[in-house]
Design a protein around this ligand. Structure first.
Ligand SMILES: [Ca+2]
Length: 244
């Protein structure tokens, strides 16, 4: 399965002088209404050495310009890049666009983790919104959650989500965590929602939002049906026009 029909975005690095960087905008859907709530920006170019610094920098430069997109954008941030980036730039991005910065699950030393947490707490106190990415994988999700003063969103790792689906105990445990997070005001996202069964499971578990191939397929079907409806209307309209 591919998600090549999702919207794409090309960002020029280094202002307009650098190479074109291709991105996919993967939809994050509201499970109650089936509407697109936001997109996650996913780099789809060649992953050569040192590319992430170029990509992350280009993304921030792009989003420091006002109203780039009408819906919120989820942006992945590497720990090293987050530490190296001046607060001012991140604040400017937040001021001009609706973004959620995803905090990586990448394993780091206790010192780096401490520095990242301090920086995130300083920035979130100034209104920057952060999401915990891949909760349940890599760097412990609970330690990320407990080290931070404010988190806007928790994205549950796709593998953990799919595994929980298979086991009764895990299902119950995930359901109670999600319910607690919802009550605490976090946005909750199920990742790797890749089949109708998993979509139903995400709903049962109480997730507010979902992301993955099944979501992409659902939205593409919906868009297809909308376009058929429109074409039908035009055809009917044409007939009316010719019979009058
Ligand atoms: Ca992510």
């Amino acid at each position: 399965m591919t998600s090549h029909k999702n919207p794409s975005l090309t960002i020029r690095s280094n202002g307009s002088k650098g190479p074109r960087l291709p991105f996919e905008l993967q939809p994050i859907m509201r499970l109650d209404t089936g509407e697109v709530f936001a997109h996650e920006l996913l780099f789809r170019g060649e992953r050569s050495e040192g590319i992430w610094k170029v990509v992350d920098r280009a993304v921030l430069e792009y989003f420091r310009v006002k109203n780039r997109r009408s819906l919120p954008t989820f942006i992945n941030l590497d720990h090293g890049f987050l530490l190296d980036t001046p607060d001012r730039l991140l604040l400017e991005v937040m001021e001009h666009n609706q973004v959620y910065f995803e905090l990586s699950e990448e394993l780091v030393s206790a010192d780096v983790f401490e520095s990242v947490s301090m920086k995130v707490n300083r920035l979130s106190a100034q209104g920057i919104t952060f999401a915990i990415d891949d909760f349940g994988s890599g760097l412990d999700g609970l330690s990320r959650l407990y080290a931070l003063d404010r988190v806007a969103c928790i994205k549950v790792d796709g593998k953990l989500f799919q595994q929980a689906h298979k086991r009764k105990h895990a299902r119950e445990s995930l359901r109670s965590m999600v319910s607690h997070w919802n009550k605490s005001g976090f946005l909750t996202i199920a990742e790797w929602v890749e089949s109708p069964d998993l979509m139903a499971f995400a709903m049962e578990t109480g997730f507010g939002l979902a992301q993955g191939f099944q979501v992409d397929a659902f939205l593409q079907d919906q868009a297809h049906r909308e376009s058929i409806k429109k074409t039908d209307k035009i055809a009917v309209g044409d007939q009316l026009a010719t019979t009058q």
